[in-house]
Design a binder for this molecule. Sequence first.
Ligand code: NAD
Length: 344
Amino acid sequence: MGGGVRRRERALLIRGKRVLVTGGAGFIGSHLADLLARDNRVTVLDDFSVGSENNLGATGPVGVIRADVADRKAIRAAVEQADVVFHLATVCLRVSLSDPVRTHHVNATGTLEVLLAARDCGVERFVYVSSSEVYGSARWVPMDEDHPTLPTTPYGATKLAGEAMTFSFYHAYGLPAVIVRPFNAYGPRSHIEGPSGEVIPRFVERALAGRPMAIFGDGGQTRDFTWVEDTVRGIVMAGECDQLVGDCVNIARGEEVSVRRLAELIRKVTGSRSPIVHLHARPGDVRRHHANVDRARDVLGFETTVRIEEGLERYLRWLDGHPAVAPVNRIEEIRNWEASTAPA
Ligand SMILES: NC(=O)c1ccc[n+]([C@@H]2O[C@H](COP(=O)([O-])OP(=O)(O)OC[C@H]3O[C@@H](n4cnc5c(N)ncnc54)[C@H](O)[C@@H]3O)[C@@H](O)[C@H]2O)c1
């Protein structure tokens, strides 16, 4: 991947296009579909293993294809109808720890299948949504795109395999592909429970219920939390940028927040007095993530707009307006799930 890019350039306007979003019924994918549906004909391809139809259609109608991303025939039929492909369908990090084989099948082989279809159908742009997890723990901060890629989980390894395959399709077949590396996203529709559950919704659920907020390890581990609407705006800007074809870009706020500080901020915004407790560190947990966002700023003119404190407030307001998903109304359901998955 080349570095040293220092010029703003957006060439392929994604307007009036037929856009396919794999994994588009999930957390980030559904926000991406919302943004793209304002100006394009969007189709979401998802197997709904995690994603939900309830996430779809907030800003305009989207087509839906229920299919496995590794199903060659289904993928080919979907990509044939698209000018631009955003590929997000993924098995998540925690599932990858217990099922690396399935994770490899979906994340690595699935990406290869989408790439083959994109190459053969001659799409105008292929955007691979990768992850900061490809870096593993920071060797230096902030982490630029040339930081070593040494993933510490099967998830990170399979996301990196997808990147390598995408990069190879650019070189070997001239596929106009862009790789985006988002750091941790948060906001509406993020997963509260189950293996896809994320730290912010989980902490908020516990804070609202007055239950202990459980930190894995000492809480000194850091993440670069990014409001999901900023994340998807960055993904689209990267997809429109000719200069990033054959290259990758970090999409993040560029601010390092420890999990301990996050728990304290959530206590503050919820007005909760939940205790903070510490559990054993999780295997493969990244210690530090802090993005260098120079390339996104200099090449795309991308800046985030939402500070973590404001994002947490916004997330709480969203939960207020969505009582059906608000964790405080689902405490029993979440407890039952936790009880059913607790180690014997
Ligand atoms: N959430 C984050 O903080 C974050 C950070 C960096 C990168 N990412 C990347 O962003 C993308 C979306 O992540 P997310 O957090 O929205 O996850 P998500 O689990 O909400 O979305 C993934 C979607 O893929 C679908 N899916 C899973 N297996 C599939 C299959 N075999 N065929 C078709 N669809 C399948 C799921 O049903 C789900 O809707 C992923 O590529 C992920 O690696 C996420």
